[in-house]
Write a protein that binds this ligand. Structure first.
Ligand code: GLV
Ligand code: MN
Ligand code: MN
Length: 421
């Protein structure tokens, strides 16, 4: 059979998604919903990892853990010399997550294996399901970290030395949680990589379709900016004598929005998602402000112009007041990554064969696929989200049907790729 299709067990996939969502679950006061908080290498993440490994082993996968804590479950094929087809994603989450971000790709990969087992199907190439460490980057400050080290873009030493806000190192947390594995972190190039993920945006819903074929991922720039001012009495310090770090932070935030609104930097998005002032007291002019700037842009040249404009604004801010100074630290930086057209075609054909007309779209979010793309032909399947595709929020939701259809297409895509020479 040259173009087989295969249909997974949607109920079993959904049960796994809901079971994993109980690990790290919390009651979200703002939404009144149950959310997920499973920051990388916390106890909750470690419990989630152990559950995923148990499911992998129940599905007959041979599990290995590498020195970044990346987990791979391998199902052998008939050709022991053939490079595997890799699928997967991440199960670490942001602090206000839903059940789907990353988990759909990991549990979808395991569901594909369960389905192949049920049907007694043996593939020529092996299939591996990967679970990458600290994709979110919200605990240790660099996103797609595990996959970036696996692909060789970042070093193990850099990654192990990163610290969280309490000063704990990633290397230490790997050891503490027992996920400091022994397998070589540099991944031997797979034959191909396919990741199924929720879209996390409104494009599929706007197009009235359930699935998307992802053409690539836009560029991401993360910086931490510390503004140093001078603590002073709120009641007695005349305005002209203040070096107010909080005010400078506010000016920066408003300026970033003006840059976006100007349209002068293409399709730029800018977010200050972390901001703290010190000493953080009512009657003291802030002595210091710490904030992060997250820029996204599908065009690398426009991203470079936006970063230059930001740097120029920061220099101007520093000069605007005696006593103000600024330091910046690069947290993460990736350019636009196009996905492989051949793998996109296999996904699109699989979707068509399942009667699901997909649209092609660029990813607004970062994904492990953009790192693995450096090693092998790579593309992604996106699954529609409800409520405008909201994500990084407990309201994140994709229907059981949409999730099942995404993993049907993943299964058929993997099956066809494992048969390629
Ligand atoms: C990953 O969630 C990202 O920040 O794009
Ligand atoms: Mn994700
Ligand atoms: Mn995410």
């Amino acid at each position: 059979m040259t173009n087989p299709t295969i249909t997974i067990d949607g109920d079993r996939l959904w049960r796994s998604l809901m079971d994993l969502a109980e690990i790290g679950a919390y009651d979200d006061e703002r939404t009144g919903l149950r959310g997920v908080n499973r920051l990388a290498l916390t106890d909750a993440d470690a419990a989630g990892r152990r559950q995923v490994i148990a499911w992998m082993e129940q599905a007959g996968l041979a599990v290995r853990v590498d020195r970044m804590g990346n987990i791979y479950g391998r199902r052998e094929g008939t050709d022991p010399t053939a490079a595997p087809v890799l699928t997967g994603s991440h199960i670490d989450s942001v602090a206000t997550a839903g059940a789907f971000d990353g988990c759909l790709g990991v549990l979808g990969g395991i569901e594909v294996v369960r389905t192949l087992n049920d049907r007694g199907i043996t593939t020529r190439r092996p299939i591996e399901v990967g679970v990458f460490t600290e994709e979110e980057g919200v605990r240790f400050g660099t996103d797609m970290l595990g996959s970036a080290v696996a692909a060789g873009r970042l070093t193990l030493e850099y990654a192990h030395g990163l610290t969280d806000r309490d000063g704990r190192t990633l290397g230490g947390e790997l050891a503490r949680t027992g996920f400091d594995g022994l397998a070589d972190v540099r991944l031997a190039p797979p034959y191909a990589y396919v990741e199924c993920h929720i879209e996390q945006g409104p494009v599929l819903a706007e197009n009235g379709v359930e699935l998307g074929v992802v053409t690539g991922v836009q560029g991401i720039s993360w910086q931490e900016i510390t503004i140093h001012g001078r603590a002073a009495h709120a009641g007695t310090t005349p305005t002209h004598l203040r070096a107010d770090a909080g005010l400078a932070a506010a000016q920066l935030i408003v300026h970033l929005r003006a840059m976006v609104d100007s349209g002068a930097y293409g399709d730029l998005r800018a977010t200050v998602g972390h901001l703290v002032v010190h000493p953080d007291l009512t009657n003291i002019v802030p002595a210091r402000a710490e904030l992060t700037v997250d820029l996204r842009n599908p065009d690398d040249a426009q991203m470079a112009r936006a970063e230059e404009a930001l740097a120029a604004f920061l220099r101007g801010l520093e000069e605007s007041r005696p006593g103000l100074s600024l330091t910046t630290r690069r947290m993460a930086k990736t350019g636009y990554v196009p996905f492989d057209e051949g793998v996109q075609k296999v996904i699109a054909q699989a979707a068509d064969d399942h009667g699901l007309a997909p649209v092609s779209l660029l990813s607004g979010a970062g994904h492990d696929a953009q790192e693995i793309a450096a090693l092998c032909p790579t593309a992604m399947i996106f699954v529609r989200g409800e409520y405008d595709g909201i994500s990084h929020n407990p309201r994140e939701y994709s229907t059981p049907e949409a999730c099942a259809h995404g993993v049907d297409v993943l299964a058929t895509t993997l099956l066809r790729l494992t048969d390629q020479d």
